[in-house]
Structure formats: C-alpha cells, structure tokens
Design a protein around this ligand. Structure first.
Ligand SMILES: *Cc1c(COP(=O)(O)O)cnc(C)c1O
Length: 358
C-alpha cells in the first residue's frame, strides 16, 4: 500500500537529531518559555523575511490571535466584515467567527482554486476591514492584485500560511498565521503555530494575548487566552527547519512529474505557474469517487481536500441558501495524490501508471 502521507518516513531522516534535541529539553528543566522557543522565533522570522515571530499553540490560534489583537488595538470592531475564500479548510473561517467578526466567503478563481481578486473587489462593502487570503495547497495567491485592492480600500491583510511554508522568501500582508501541525510542510510532533509580522506593536499584543493578556506576570491588560508553543515542539521544528527547502524541492519535483506524465483525458492536473510548495497535489476528475476507489484497489491511498465546503457545513447553517458553484464543483471533483518528501520515484511512477490506465 502506498500511503497518502507517511509521517514516520518523513521524520525518519531527523530521528536521531530530534531525540537529542528532546533530550536537550528534558535536561534543561525548562518546558515552556525556554531558549528553544525564543530561538525558533528568531530563526523562523529570519527564514520568512519577517521582523517578528510570535509562537503560539496551533494555526487556528495564530489566526485568532491576530484578529483579536487588531480588535484590542482599535483597528477592528466586532461586526466588521472579513473577506475569506469559500474554498478553504474551515479553520480559516472559524477564526473569524470566533473573534466576533463576520466572514464573507468569495468564490475562488476557477483555474487556481485560490481567492480571486475580481471576486474580492465585488464583495467589498463599507463594513469590510480585512482580507484573509489562504495560500491553499501550498500555492501563493495573486498577492500583487490582492494587496493593491487592500491598499486602495484600506483593508488589513492576514495571510493564512498553514499550507505554504517556504513558498515565498518574504510576505506582503500585514501578518501571517502559521500552523506546524504534524502533516504540514514543516510539521512538529504535536500542535504548534506562529504569527509573523513586521509590525512590532502587533507582535507584542499577540504575545500578550497568548499569555492571559498580561503585560508581565500577574498584570493583565486584556482578557487573553493561553496559547503557547512548548519547548519540545520548538526543538523539533528547529531540527527540521534547515531541511525545509530540500523537502519542498522534492515535492515540486514530484508534482512536476505528475503534471508532465499524467495523460488521461478524464483527469485535469493543477496549474503550476505560480510559486507552489505542493502541500497538496490536487487533481480534478469528473469520476472522482470511481478514480479514488480504482487507486485504492491498486494499492494507492488518496485524500479529498475538502469533501464538504464550509458553507455546506452544519456549523454554518446560516449559509445554507448560499450558492457557490465553483467551490462546490472543486469539492465534488478534487482528489489529492501522495506528494511528500518521502514518496519514492517508484511510487510516483506507479501512481502515474495506474491513473493513465483508469
Ligand atoms: C491546518 C490549517 C489550519 C489550522 O491549523 P491547526 O494548527 O490545525 O490549528 C488553518 N488553515 C489552514 C488552511 C490549514 O490547512
């Protein structure tokens, strides 16, 4: 069986390094607020070309903390509208609802499946305050177009970077939210997240909000939450970070082979003309469920990203009458092939053969 994702094989090259990094943490006696998290924050900021990085507990919290911080800073008010992609993992949208803001979903570009600048432009109202692009599947959104709309409408830009580690050397929005969930391109051994930004004030409020809203111990300025990265996760991420670019190049090589060698008229391969780190390799197929079963019968596991779009979830029952035909068709047709740094050339060849025989 070729698994969709094999975390054991992905982490195997670093197993010894990770064990000694964990030993280092055990021996230090510091499990929170030690040197590992501080070093991780410096190293990740440098890698991302950002001035500041604040670590937190997970990717959803990274998004929530930025929105909460902008509310505390007086830049946003409850009830303000945030434009979000309709085609995304639901966490991007949950963060908005949770902050008392109003998510406004827009249809994606039908070629990239990402936030469409034209659809954003027509969704702007006098209440719109934030644009929340998601670099879904690892592909960079058209940030030139989105940033120019944001600047001319005085919108804040929060990038959901949970799937795009390493896609661009520097980021242009006002803040980026990262997830280091184990299956992401840079994954911890548990939950972890971070915010990067070049706004020192925002970085500081995010840090305080994640630590019970305190300016210093026992002095609380905000009604904050507890959202911290622990030393063990930071130590793991520091060991893996230097190899991230190599891992992304391996994903890019696999995706390039799929794009060049899959030639079955029933299948549409994804466009590959924007920067892309292939967190997910998404193809579209009109007989998607049949193709998924055919691959499984031939020993290949696949996944669907995502089978039910947010506006069709019970959690967003208020959106039941919304029609999002492009998003719905992606949900009905999308199939994700194994595409990770531990996939072998032989596995990739076998997957291509099976699809071409379908
Ligand atoms: C994984 C993911 C998140 C949430 O990250 P967690 O660390 O699981 O909370 C948010 N947005 C997108 C697009 C994701 O893929």
């Amino acid at each position: 069986m070729i698994p969709y994702l094999d975390l054991h094989s992905i982490n195997a090259p670093y197993a010894e390094q990770i064990k000694s990094a964990m030993q280092r943490v055990v021996d230090s006696g510091w499990y929170l607020f030690g040197g590992e998290v501080a070093a991780f924050e410096r190293e990740w900021a440098t890698y991302c070309g950002a001035q500041h990085c604040t670590a937190c507990a997970n990717g959803l919290d990274a998004l929530r903390l930025v929105l909460r911080a902008w509310i505390e800073m007086g830049l946003l008010h409850r009830g303000d509208e945030v434009i979000v992609p309709a085609n995304t993992y639901i966490a991007s949208i949950l963060a908005v609802s949770d902050s008392g803001l109003v998510p406004v979903p827009v249809e994606p570009d039908p070629d990239t499946y990402l936030m469409s600048a034209a659809n954003v432009a027509s969704a702007i109202t006098p209440r719109t305050r934030v644009l929340l692009p998601v670099h879904l599947y690892g592909q960079l959104c058209d940030m030139d177009a989105l940033m120019s709309i944001a600047r001319s409408n005085d919108l804040l830009v929060l990038e959901d970077c949970a799937q795009c580690h390493g896609v661009a050397p520097s980021y242009r929005g006002d803040a980026q939210a990262w997830s280091f969930y184990p299956g992401k391109n840079l994954g911890a051994m548990g939950d972890a997240g971070a915010v990067t930004t070049s706004d020192a004030g925002l970085a500081e409020v995010v840090r305080q909000l994640g630590y019970y809203g305190s300016v210093r111990k026992y002095v609380h300025r905000y009604k904050g939450l507890n959202s911290r990265m622990d030393e063990l996760q930071a130590a793991v991420l520091r060991e893996k970070m230097p190899d991230l670019d190599r891992c992304n190049h391996r994903r890019q090589a696999i995706a390039a082979r799929y794009n060049a060698e899959i030639c079955n008229p029933a299948v549409r391969v994804p466009l590959a003309n924007a920067p892309h780190v292939w967190h997910v390799y998404p193809l579209l197929c009109g007989r998607r469920d049949e193709l998924q079963k055919y691959l499984l019968d031939n020993g290949v596991q696949t996944q669907i990203h995502y089978p039910i779009p947010p506006h069709r979830q019970e959690a967003y029952a208020e959106w039941r009458s919304m029609s999002m035909p492009i998003t719905e068709s992606i949900a009905a047709l999308e199939l994700s092939l194994p595409c990770h740094p531990a996939s072998s050339d032989a596995d990739v060849s076998q997957i291509i053969d099976i699809i071409n025989h379908f």
